[in-house]
Design a protein around this ligand. Structure first.
Ligand code: TYC
Length: 99
């Protein structure tokens, strides 16, 4: 019907969080390439090919977008990166930016 409202769909649309924060990985001179690739696979669920590609891009350009997420998820992933880096003695950093 023309004027009917599908509440199930509307509710779903309303509840969907906007993915408007980007997680950006920063380059440094000390973190190993292998470690960065592993972090990208573990925290961001990248496959090895994509992880290597992102890592090399960050290595060459100084920074690179890893993904777009809702605020809480972006913050959690950044915290996981810092936690893994600290536990392994690397200074790897990533930041969360509003898109
Ligand atoms: N530049 C590092 C090296 O040469 C590798 C690296 C890549 C570090 C990406 C951090 O986000 C990074 N070992």
């Amino acid at each position: 019907m023309e004027n009917s409202v599908d509440f199930a769909t509307r509710k779903k649309e309303k509840l969907k969080e906007p993915e408007d924060y980007r997680v950006v990985l920063l380059n440094d001179d000390y973190t190993t390439m292998d470690f960065v690739v592993n972090v990208l696979m573990i925290v961001f669920h990248k496959n090895v090919k994509d992880a290597e590609c992102i890592m090399l891009d960050v290595h060459e350009k100084g920074r690179g977008v890893v993904g777009l997420y809702p605020f809480d998820i972006a913050q959690t992933k950044a915290a996981q990166v810092h936690d893994l880096a600290e536990k392994n003695g690397f200074p790897l950093k990533c930041i969360v930016e509003e898109v």
